[in-house]
Design a binder for this molecule. Sequence first.
Ligand SMILES: [Zn+2]
Length: 293
Amino acid sequence: MVNPPIGLISSAASEELLQDRRIEMVDTPFGQAPVLVGRIAGREAAVILRYGGNLTVPSHKINYRANIWALKELGVESIISQNAIGSVNPMIRPGDIVISDDFLDRTKDRPQSLFDESDCWVRVDFTDPFCPRLRGDLITAANRHSNRVIERGVFVCTEGPRFETPAEIRSYQRDGGDIVGTPLVPEVVFAREAEMCFASIAPVINFGAGMAPAVVHFGPGSMNDAYYAEGLHELIEKTLIDAIGAVSHDRGCNCGNALKGGFHGVPPVWLKSRNVDASGKPPADIFATLPRS
Ligand SMILES: [Zn+2]
């Protein structure tokens, strides 16, 4: 049996991280998505660069549904998301690494479901917002490379592309938020709807507005410098290599049954016709729990 590739969604992937790479244009019901296919830690991997190869796609314009479904088409079962983020919690500082265990959705204008245009709707459980198995792999790997790992945290996802205001940051603090960034939602939602495992590793690269003199994207003293010039990028890629090398193909979690009991209506035609497994063989019965029309 061919093991499924491990999925990674990131802003960048060095040659050291993703080896033997090639680009695949994957057709999805939501448009075509470019995927870098190669090897990480000796395993098959499929990598989405969510901002595009030249960082030209802002968070609010990402085709989230195409990205997630492209990984599904390639047989991915487990997705690790890399998010370089800001801190809302004064106790969480730049240089820390957060493995979130919950999130607050503060986006405004993004697709809500993979099934928005279909004659059906789904209600997936988010009691465990991130896959506990993948979170465990990330925590173990991160602790191997850093003594600044925060093993729980609430990720506040905002619409962007602007940064937040000080009043917004204070409201996130009151609501229990720990870190803030823009692309997590709806990636995490669509992964769950596609019955895939999903977890996030988030290096902190700045304090939120009002907690520092300014929030700067590029240039001296910027969050981009904090990520690349201060070694966080290398640290995160080493962690990703370790974590991806450790991911078990025996999932042992409930993510693969996310639609069970939560799907109402008629499954769209594309769902049945595009349901293929890693070897390209006919439909793996991953959506077997759905009612069939
Ligand atoms: Zn899982």
